[in-house]
Design a protein. Structure first.
Length: 131
């Protein structure tokens, strides 16, 4: 799977895509060579490979399924691409609504727990005053 770099892609992004196209072996070779020539770069590359999960994935080339320019790789069929964009937008909206629901739920639970605490505190203060 060959990826196409946009003209605005940085040299690092182009290098990353080039290594991804060649697979995990290219990443490992680049890391070994960086350790040989300048070990801090090799260490940084190893950390990046672990952080981005390239070290443990089966293939680096499968990571580039979405093109950054418009959110997803075009299938070549405009009707399908429009449907896909609408569906992704709808899913993002649903996720946002669900996150708002969870936030309201947490706030309601917090208020309920705080009210219960205040009631218990008031009851304890009343019992101390009565004694």
């Amino acid at each position: 799977m060959t990826t196409v770099a946009s003209p605005r892609t940085s040299w690092f992004g182009r290098a990353e895509m080039w290594l991804d196209d060649r697979g995990k072996g290219a990443w490992i070779a680049a890391m070994v060579l960086s350790f040989i020539f300048f070990w801090p770069v090799g260490l940084a590359l190893l950390a990046y490979m672990i952080w981005s999960k390239r070290m443990f994935s089966k293939s680096c080339a499968t990571r580039r399924t979405f093109a950054p320019a418009h959110g997803f790789k075009s299938s070549g069929n405009t009707a399908f691409d429009t449907y896909k964009a609408d569906m992704l937008k709808r899913l993002e909206d649903e996720q946002h609504a669900f996150e708002e629901f969870l936030d309201r739920l947490r706030k309601a639970k917090d208020k309920s727990e705080f009210d219960q605490f205040m009631d218990e505190r008031a009851t304890a203060a009343k019992d101390v005053d009565d004694a």
